[in-house]
Design a protein around this ligand. Structure first.
Ligand SMILES: [Zn+2]
Length: 490
C-alpha cells in the first residue's frame, strides 16, 4: 500500500478507463460527473506540526468540506481542496488513530466522500548509554531541539530515539542537513532505538539531525545538532618532584599512579572528542629528587613577574619531553618582590619586573613582608601593566627592596605545568592534570561551573566538557565559552 494516498473512493467494481478495477471496499456513490475522489498527502504529522492534505475529484468544479472527530488535530481551510492540519501537543494513541474525511459535492448535487487516517507522532532525541563521544542536553532534558551530539571525524556514535504515536523508526525519515558533514543510518522497525550517526571528513563542522514524515515534501518533525570534530590528542608526561634536602617538599603521594589518570579522564574528555595519553616520567613510578628548594622553605617559590624564577627553572630543566610536561610538587608560594624601598606611612609600593603581569585585585588584601615586618595591605588601585600599586591605608612598617607580597595562586600556566599537592586527594590531583592541561592545550578559561572540569577550584560535582556556553570565573566579566568549539582541531 502506498504511504501517501488514500485508496480511490468510487463506484464499486466498475472498470475505470484505464481498465484498473476500483477498490471493492470503497463506498458506492451515485454520481453523474465525478466517479473518483482521492486524498493526497502525508499519513503522519509531528506533534505541534502542520501538514497539508489535498483532495482531488476527477471532475472540475464542485465544493469540498473536510471534517474530523479527532481531538489531536485542528483543521483549517476546511472548505477547500487544500486542507491544513495543525497537530496538537499530544501524539496519537495508536497508528492511524486520527480519521479525516472529505466530502465533495458536485454542482449537480452528487457527492463523494473519502477518508484518510493519519498518526500524530512525537520524536524525542536523547543521550544513548552506548554513545561513543558526547551529548550536551543544555540542561533542558524535555527540550532536545537545543541538544548537541559530538562525533569524531570518520567515526560513528549513536543517539537514542523514541517515537510515540504508533509508528516505528523505519516509517519516518532520519537525515542530516549536510550530507558532506554527517550521515545517519536507516532507523529500525522499532519505536525506541539507537540511531547511528557518522561523522564525515571534517575537522570541525556542525549540521542537524532531522526527523521527517515520509511524504512528498518530507515535512520536518523535529531536529537537533550534530558536531563533527577531528579528535584532539593530548600527550602529557608527569614528573613528581621533591627536594631530598628539605622534608617540607616530601610528597603525600610520591607513588601516585599516573597511568590511572588516563582511564579516569578519557570518559569525560571524549565528550569533546579529546583523548589523553598520560605517562609517568619516572620508570619506577616514584618521585624524583630535584634540588629546587633554593631558599629551603619547603615550597616552590614562584616569582610571578619572572614567570617562575630560579626555583621553577630547576624544575623546568630537570627533564625534557616533546609532550606537555607536568610537575607535581608539595606546595608553592607566589610572590611579587618590591623594586624600591617603601617607607613607613607610604601609600604606594613598586613591584619588580611588571610587564602586563600585575594580577593584584582592587579591594583584596595581601600579606607584605616577613617576621616583625609582616603586615596585610589592601589594594586601592592596580593595573595589569603598572608596577605601582596604591594602598588603601598607609604602611604600618617600612619595607626594603626585595621584600615580597604574597599572592594566592594554585598554579601557573607554565611549561612544565606546576601542580600543587597541597591537601588535594590523589584523585583530585589526577583531575587537576585534566584541568591544567585544559588551560594550556585546549585554551579553556577557569569557570564558575562546579560540574565542569574547568571550575576555578576543586569543588567539583562532575568533570564534564560542555557545548553549552559556560560562565567564565574571571575575565571578561559575564563572559561565556563553548568548550567543544574552543579546542584546536588542526
Ligand atoms: Zn584553572
Amino acid at each position: 500500500m502506498s504511504w501517501f494516498d488514500s485508496p480511490p473512493s468510487s463506484d464499486a467494481g466498475v472498470p475505470e478507463s484505464g481498465g484498473v478495477c476500483r477498490d471493492p471496499t470503497a463506498p458506492v456513490v451515485a454520481c453523474r460527473c465525478a466517479t473518483s475522489l482521492r486524498i493526497i498527502g502525508c499519513h503522519a504529522v509531528g506533534v505541534n506540526g502542520t501538514i497539508r492534505l489535498q483532495a482531488e475529484a476527477d471532475c472540475s468544479g464542485g465544493t469540498f468540506h473536510w471534517t474530523s472527530s479527532s481531538t489531536r488535530v485542528t483543521l483549517t481551510n476546511a472548505d477547500s481542496s487544500n486542507l491544513h492540519i495543525q497537530a496538537g501537543a499530544q501524539p496519537s494513541t495508536g497508528r492511524d488513530a486520527e480519521t479525516i474525511t472529505v466530502q465533495w459535492t458536485g454542482y449537480d448535487c452528487s457527492s463523494l466522500s473519502a477518508t484518510i487516517n493519519i498518526t500524530v507522532v512525537c520524536v524525542v532525541f536523547s543521550e544513548s548509554a552506548a554513545q561513543t563521544y558526547g551529548y550536551d542536553d543544555f540542561d533542558t532534558p524535555p527540550d532536545h531541539t537545543d541538544d548537541h551530539v559530538s562525533v569524531k571525524k570518520l567515526a560513528a556514535t549513536v543517539v537514542h530515539v523514541v517515537v510515540s504515536g504508533g509508528l516505528n523508526g523505519n516509517e519516518l525519515r532520519f537525515s542530516t542537513s549536510d550530507v558532506d558533514k554527517a550521515t545517519v543510518d536507516p532507523a529500525p522497525a522499532q519505536a525506541a532505538f539507537d540511531l547511528t550517526i557518522h561523522g564525515l571528513d571534517q575537522n570541525k563542522a556542525e549540521t542537524n539531525l532531522v526527523a521527517s514524515v515520509v511524504c512528498h515534501d518530507a515535512v520536518e518533525i523535529t531536529r537537533m545538532y550534530i558536531n563533527v570534530y577531528r579528535e584532539r590528542v593530548v600527550r602529557a608526561v608527569v614528573s613528581k618532584i621533591y627536594d631530598n634536602r628539605y622534608a617540607g617538599t616530601t610528597l603525600t603521594y610520591p607513588n601516585l599512579d599516573v597511568a590511572s589518570a588516563q582511564p579516569l579522564i578519557n570518559p569525560k574528555a571524549k565528550a569533546a572528542v579529546v583523548r589523553y595519553e598520560i605517562s609517568d616520567h619516572s620508570a619506577t613510578g616514584g618521585a624524583t629528587h630535584v634540588p629546587y628548594d633554593l631558599d629551603g622553605d619547603g615550597k616552590l617559590t614562584w616569582d610571578i613577574a619572572a614567570s617562575g624564577g630560579l626555583e621553577f627553572n630547576k624544575l623546568r630543566d630537570s627533564f625534557s619531553s616533546s609532550d606537555q610536561r607536568i610537575v607535581v610538587v608539595k606546595d608553592m608560594v607566589s610572590r611579587y618582590y618590591l623594586s624600591a624601598d617603601a617607607p613607613l606611612n607610604a601609600t604606594t609600593i613598586t613591584l619588580r619586573g611588571i610587564t602586563n603581569n600585575n594580577f593584584l585585585v582592587v579591594g583584596s588584601s595581601y600579606p607584605l613582608g616577613t617576621g616583625a615586618n609582616l603586615e596585610t595591605v589592601v589594594v586601592q588601585s592596580a593595573s595589569k601593566n603598572s608596577a605601582t600599586v596604591t594602598l588603601r591605608s598607609p604602611l604600618g612598617c617600612a619595607h626594603l627592596t626585595g621584600e615580597y607580597l604574597e599572592f594566592p595562586a594554585a598554579g601557573w600556566s607554565s611549561n612544565p605545568i606546576v601542580i600543587i599537592e597541597g591537601t588535594s586527594t590523589e584523585e583530585d590531583i589526577k583531575w587537576t592534570f585534566f584541568h591544567e592541561t585544559g588551560h594550556i592545550v585546549n585554551h579553556f578559561a577557569d569557570l564558575q561551573a562546579p560540574a565542569n572540569i574547568m571550575n576555578f577550584d576543586q569543588g567539583w560535582t562532575d568533570h564534564r566538557l560542555r557545548y553549552k556556553p559556560q560562565n567564565r570565573k574571571y575575565s571578561p566579566p559575564g563572559g561565556t565559552e563553548i568548550q567543544w568549539e574552543l579546542i584546536p582541531r588542526t
